[in-house]
Every structure is written in structure tokens, then in C-alpha cells.
Design a protein around this ligand. Structure first.
Ligand SMILES: *Cc1c(COP(=O)(O)O)cnc(C)c1O
Length: 355
């Protein structure tokens, strides 16, 4: 008989899932509600015909890295691109984490940090946020000086809380780290500040970005990191050869031509975010202020999973975070189009009334 015997870390874990229920309005995974521009689709159909499909792609993604580097005013040697920022995170953990090393997170935060850290063999040390989900620099100091993690993650703005981290939290990490600090800026465009300008070859700081949110390309799977040259060289050793296919490199180059168009949509999302925030606050819910494209909230007198189910019944899917550690009773909604958001608010107010 075949006996499946995965590594201990794998046996101890369950996968990362977001329930994909087939309903008309899906506001559970923080994507852009808008399709990429038609001009990009036209460019992509030309690209399909010009790719040399029988040849391996440019392993160093030279042109793509140069274009991204220009956008941030750094050298192409400061840029590493991968299949989504999740693969960037995985590559960082392969290069700097692993067996016998520690990785620090400040919970609750994006679950993939601890998930990938464990899968790749590291020990995870969890710092704690306050009851209001803010993070104190003293806690950062405590975790970093007691455990000397090889990798420390800061998600800014934080997922799933939506909160913007104060700069002093990153400063505390840089002051007390003996490893590398990774700032995940998946939602940077919706936020008030970015650490990307702080990246230099002398500082152990890496900042990740993704095309999956503001840039409307979650299906394409592209993300990157702006990091010191030495770190990029280390990541290139850890990653598989030819991990970025030729089509993706060209399609991403084309997408960079539409960044300003995409960024104009950020203002529309922010104004909808303000509208939803005010409306949820006026209902029987606790709400966290958001610097991203989603909002975390907690119904005060209804059970969260019940509310979630009633909303699904009215055709609206949000994220049920209520079983996640430290997020009892919480739900998270992604800001969608005006129509989607109105449907969400209608469904929520019905659900809170028990209907
Ligand atoms: C959505 C998200 C990402 C994006 O991951 P991709 O692999 O680039 O799609 C990364 N970090 C956080 C915190 C996210 O919420």
C-alpha cells in the first residue's frame, strides 16, 4: 500500500483557502473590480504572435527589470520579478529562511508569511498587535531582540486589518533587526506612504509590490521586490531557472504603459471606500479605518458567520475572518464598483436585521 508521508511541517498544516462561492458579487479577495484597459488587451494579442515560443525566455528578465527600475528610480540590479508577490515572498524565504532559522510576523497579518515560512522549514515567531489591531514599536523591539529572526515581515497597509503602519514601526524593525526586513506593499497605491524610496544597497530592507490589485492583473500572476543588489543576487540563486515565461515578461512590460490609467482608478476606489466606511459605521458594527481597497468590520450584536451566510444568500460574498486567530467576529469586504458596493451595503443591513 502506498503511504503518503509528507514532511512534518506539511502534516501540521491546512492549506490557504478563500471560499469561492458562485455568487454574482464577489468581494472577498481584494482584486480590482475593473478589467485591464482594452489597449493592454490589444497589445497582448500582438505579443502572443511575436513570442519565440520554441526558445527559453530571457532568464534575467532584462527589459522588464529595467522598466520597473526606472519607475522607482533604482538600478535593474535592485529589482527581482516573480509569479506574483507570493512567489517573491517564497523566494525570499528560500534564500533567507529555512531550517534552523526564525521568521517574525506581527499578527494578525497576511497568512502567507507564516504559511510559506513553515513550508520552507523555518520556525515562525509571532508578535502580537494590540486589541485594536495596532502595533507598538516596543513589541517589535521585544520580538526582534529576543528571537533575532532572519526575516521579519511588515504588511503596509496591513491585510486583513487595512490599517496603515506608522513609519516608526518600520524604523523600529530596521533598528533592531539582525536579518532582513520585508515590507509588503500589495496595497501601496491606496495608502499614505511607501517605504520604496528607503531601499538602498546598505540597508537590509526589501519592499514587495504586486500587479494583482491596483493594476487589475491578478490573473497574470506578477509581483516584484525592490531590494539591495546583494539580496536580488541571492534571490536569483534560490529561484528556479526561467521562472518568468516570455509571454508574461512582455505582457507585464505592456501593462507598465498603462500605469497612470490604472492609478486614476485608485481615486474612485478611495471615494467608494469612504462611502462604505461611513455606511458600515452607521450600522451596528465596529469598523477599522482602511488605507487599502478593503475594510475589516465586526458586527456587534449578530454572529459573523450567520451574517456572512445571509449575505451569500443575497448574492454577496465577503471574507469570513471570524475563525482566524485574533479576529473573532470579523468580516472583510473588498471595495468593488459603485453598484457592487451598494448591493453589499443592502445585503449587510438586511443580514444584520436577521433577514
Ligand atoms: C493580495 C496580496 C498579495 C498579492 O499576492 P500576489 O501573489 O502578487 O497575487 C501580497 N500580499 C498581500 C498582503 C496581499 O493581500
Amino acid at each position: 500500500m502506498t503511504s503518503f508521508n509528507p514532511r512534518e511541517q506539511i502534516q501540521a498544516m491546512t492549506g490557504y483557502h478563500s471560499a469561492q462561492v458562485d455568487v454574482p458579487i464577489r468581494l472577498n479577495t481584494n482584486e480590482s473590480p475593473f478589467a485591464p484597459p482594452d489597449g493592454w488587451l490589444d497589445a497582448v494579442s500582438d505579443i502572443v504572435r511575436t513570442v519565440q515560443w520554441n526558445r527559453y525566455p530571457d532568464r534575467a528578465a532584462t527589459e522588464l527589470r529595467a522598466t520597473i527600475a526606472k519607475r522607482h528610480g533604482v538600478s535593474p540590479e535592485n529589482i527581482f520579478v516573480a509569479n506574483g508577490s507570493n512567489e517573491v515572498i517564497q523566494t525570499i524565504l528560500l534564500a533567507y529562511g529555512g531550517a534552523g532559522r526564525r521568521v517574525a510576523t506581527f499578527e494578525p497579518t497576511y497568512q502567507m508569511y507564516s504559511q510559506i515560512a513553515r513550508v520552507t522549514g523555518a520556525e515562525v515567531v509571532e508578535g502580537e498587535r494590540n486589541a485594536d489591531l495596532t502595533l507598538d514599536p516596543q513589541e517589535i523591539k521585544r520580538v526582534l531582540t529576543s528571537y533575532s529572526p532572519a526575516v521579519t515581515f511588515l504588511c503596509n497597509p496591513n491585510n486583513p486589518t487595512g490599517l496603515i503602519e506608522p513609519r516608526e514601526n518600520l524604523e523600529a524593525m530596521l533598528a533592531h533587526t539582525s536579518g532582513v526586513v520585508v515590507v509588503d506593499e500589495a496595497y501601496a497605491e491606496f495608502s499614505e506612504w511607501s517605504a520604496v524610496d528607503m531601499v538602498s544597497d546598505e540597508l537590509p530592507l526589501a519592499v514587495t509590490r504586486t500587479f494583482s490589485k491596483t493594476l487589475s492583473l491578478a490573473a497574470l500572476r506578477v509581483g516584484y521586490v525592490v531590494a539591495p543588489r546583494q539580496m536580488v543576487a541571492d534571490l536569483e540563486i534560490a529561484v528556479l531557472p526561467y521562472h518568468l515565461d516570455a509571454f508574461k515578461q512582455a505582457a507585464t512590460m505592456a501593462a507598465l504603459g498603462f500605469v497612470s490609467e490604472m492609478e486614476q482608478r485608485v481615486e474612485a476606489i478611495k471615494s467608494e471606500r469612504a462611502r462604505i466606511f461611513a455606511a458600515i459605521s452607521a450600522m451596528d458594527c465596529e469598523v477599522w479605518s482602511s488605507g487599502s481597497n478593503f475594510i475589516l468590520f465586526r458586527p456587534r450584536s449578530s454572529e459573523a458567520t450567520e451574517v456572512w451566510k445571509r449575505m451569500v444568500a443575497s448574492g454577496v460574498l465577503v471574507r469570513d475572518c471570524s475563525s482566524w486567530p485574533r479576529l473573532a467576529g470579523c468580516l472583510r469586504v473588498t471595495v468593488g464598483t459603485v453598484e457592487e458596493n451598494s448591493a453589499f451595503l443592502g445585503a449587510l443591513s438586511h443580514a444584520l436585521l436577521g433577514q
